[in-house]
Design a protein around this ligand. Structure first.
Ligand SMILES: N[C@@H](CCC[C@H](N)C(=O)O)C(=O)O
Length: 283
């Protein structure tokens, strides 16, 4: 079939976005990998699929596939790209949109200045729900957070575990530029303590309202930005007493602003979403 798609990015985290309301798709993991391939396919960190909703009172359903072909629960930068896509394609005239994802309903909103704010819901902080296996581990408390030891290459690193619908392990580093993001990231992603694998965040605190962040994403490798990773890092930093809301998150691909009121309050993420080009590919 000839697939129509839109290439988009949010702070450099790039996507192939597909309208599955007006074209029928049913791809295998190998076909998703082909679309994501930067040499043989289109090239993307994730593929985003826009569908009709299944639940009542919701505007759309949005599904996310990592570059490795696996379907995942949530994607923050993707949620902003999704809003730009449904608005530009005139699939809705609403500016505040309710969308079903694998991990629940989120509410993105197109702002007057063109930026997009997403209510990402409250973070999940119980290790079993992330999920993170704490068997025989002793945590240390820091502020309201629990730091967990993780053995990586025979050394202990201390991580916060946070789910934004998808799992994150966040560590504080002195300098993100020299941090072993790729070397340790892949080991953390596949660490046996994370039964669903994990996104590995490396955060440098510049001041209470400003961090630098690199994320080695599950199923995609290091990306230029990770929206849920930014939310998880800010939640961890606020709980540890290192940060105060709102926080500017500087990634290699651009800036996101994350606000969180603590406990059960939703995490609000604001940032850009850009269309790069429209295309068609035989698949
Ligand atoms: N880039 C995303 C996250 C995409 C999914 C992630 N790799 C996972 O497997 O959970 C974002 O902006 O949040």
């Amino acid at each position: 079939m000839k697939l129509k798609f839109t290439k988009m990015h949010g702070a450099g985290n790039d996507f192939v976005v597909i309208d599955a309301i007006n074209q029928a798709i049913d791809f295998t993991p190998a076909q998703w990998q082909y679309l994501a391939d930067r040499r043989f396919g289109v090239g993307a960190d994730q593929m985003l699929v826009v569908e009709k909703p299944q639940a009542a009172g919701v505007d759309f359903r949005y599904r996310i596939y990592n570059a490795d072909g696996g379907e995942v629960e949530q994607c923050g930068n993707g949620a902003r790209a999704f809003v730009r896509f449904v608005t530009d394609k005139k699939l809705t005239d609403k500016h505040s949109i309710k969308v079903e994802t694998m991990s629940g309903i989120i509410e993105p909103r197109l702002e007057a200045n063109g930026q997009i704010t997403v209510d990402m819901g409250a973070p999940i902080l119980t290790p079993e729900e992330v999920p993170f296996d704490t068997t025989d581990l002793l945590c240390k408390a820091e502020g309201e957070d629990n730091l967990w030891p993780l053995d990586v290459k025979g050394e202990t690193i201390w991580i916060s575990v946070v789910s934004m619908g998808n799992p994150h392990a966040v560590q504080v580093v002195a300098d993100v530029e020299t941090a072993p993001v790729r070397e340790d990231g892949v080991l953390i992603e596949h660490h046996p303590r994370f039964p669903k694998r994990v996104n590995a965040g490396f955060m440098q605190v510049l001041d209470q309202h400003h961090i630098k962040l690199r994320v080695f994403e599950r199923g995609a490798g290091e990306t230029l930005a990770c929206g849920t990773g930014a939310c998880a890092a800010v939640v961890a930093g606020i709980r540890r007493g290192l940060l105060a809301s709102p926080v500017k998150v500087q990634t290699r691909g651009g800036e996101l602003v994350i606000a969180w009121g603590g406990h059960d309050a939703p995490v609000m993420m604001t940032g850009p979403a850009v269309t790069v080009f429209e295309g068609e590919i035989e698949i």
